[in-house]
Design a protein around this ligand. Structure first.
Ligand code: ADP
Ligand code: MG
Length: 220
């Protein structure tokens, strides 16, 4: 589904250059549950944003279903990012003045969608176990519930793959496990998931476990 071939990312300005990702070749297969671990600064976020087409590689090729994504025009590339790939980041937060339903609808207001957004909200809230919270505001939710709503929001456009960058890094262990359980459930129901995490709870479910060290893939 997604393939990286000898991908490098060097951040460069007048004063210095950082090799954030070096010589990475990997493949993500449909329904994979890929764990990505490694120390802070090892290049995990950079790799995830390369996989998701948010960062242009310095060299190497990124294929999404056999399409070289950096050969797409801007319109097609943003279509890919918006519709095919879901992102959830650390500290993913909801808009406090919007209720849960309207927070979920945010990813659908900037472009035309061909599905019933109310129905989709209901389905997703059922998936994350929060159907009864559809009309409440973020301040009326616990931390874990808020993060599960943010997770549902990242799935609003029905992406093919979910990229999660330490989505629970700021949560306590119990709350973190709540979110991890939902990620596991999503993968069980067919979603391809790539997860950056320090949480080992899901290790046993991972189809692939990659470890990064100094921008390279290290063996586990
Ligand atoms: P991780 O997510 O594993 O902590 P990152 O991918 O965020 O690692 O960072 C990898 C390396 O690239 C680090 O040395 C970091 O300082 C550097 N880096 C990340 N983003 C940028 C950027 N936008 N500009 C310059 N250097 C960056
Ligand atoms: Mg990071």
């Amino acid at each position: 589904m997604i393939r990286l071939e000898n991908v490098n990312k060097i951040y460069q300005d007048e004063r210095m250059s950082v090799k954030a990702v070096e010589g990475i070749t990997l493949e993500v297969i449909v329904k994979d549950f890929m764990l990505l671990t490694g120390r802070s600064g090892s290049g995990k976020t950079t790799l995830l944003s390369l996989i998701g087409g948010l960062t242009r590689p310095t060299s190497g090729i990124i294929f999404f279903k056999d399409t070289d994504i950096w050969k797409l025009n801007d319109k097609r590339l943003s279509h890919l990012r918006n519709k095919k790939i879901g992102f959830i980041f650390q500290f993913a937060s909801l808009i406090p003045t919007l209720n849960v339903r309207d927070n979920l609808k945010l990813p659908t207001i900037f472009h035309k969608v061909d599905f019933d957004t109310d129905k989709r909200c209901e389905e997703l809230l059922e998936t994350v176990g929060l159907s009864h919270k559809i009309n409440v505001y973020p301040s009326q939710l616990s931390g874990g519930e808020q993060r599960r709503v943010a997770l549902a929001r990242s799935l609003m456009n029905n992406p093919d793959v979910l990229l999660a960058d330490e989505p629970t890094g700021d949560l306590d262990e119990e709350t973190e496990n709540e979110v991890m359980d939902v990620l596991h459930l999503l993968n069980e129901s067919g979603m391809t998931v790539i997860l950056v995490t320090h949480n080992t709870k899901l290790e046993k479910y991972a189809t692939k476990h990659l470890k990064m060290s100094h921008g390279k893939l290290a063996s586990i």
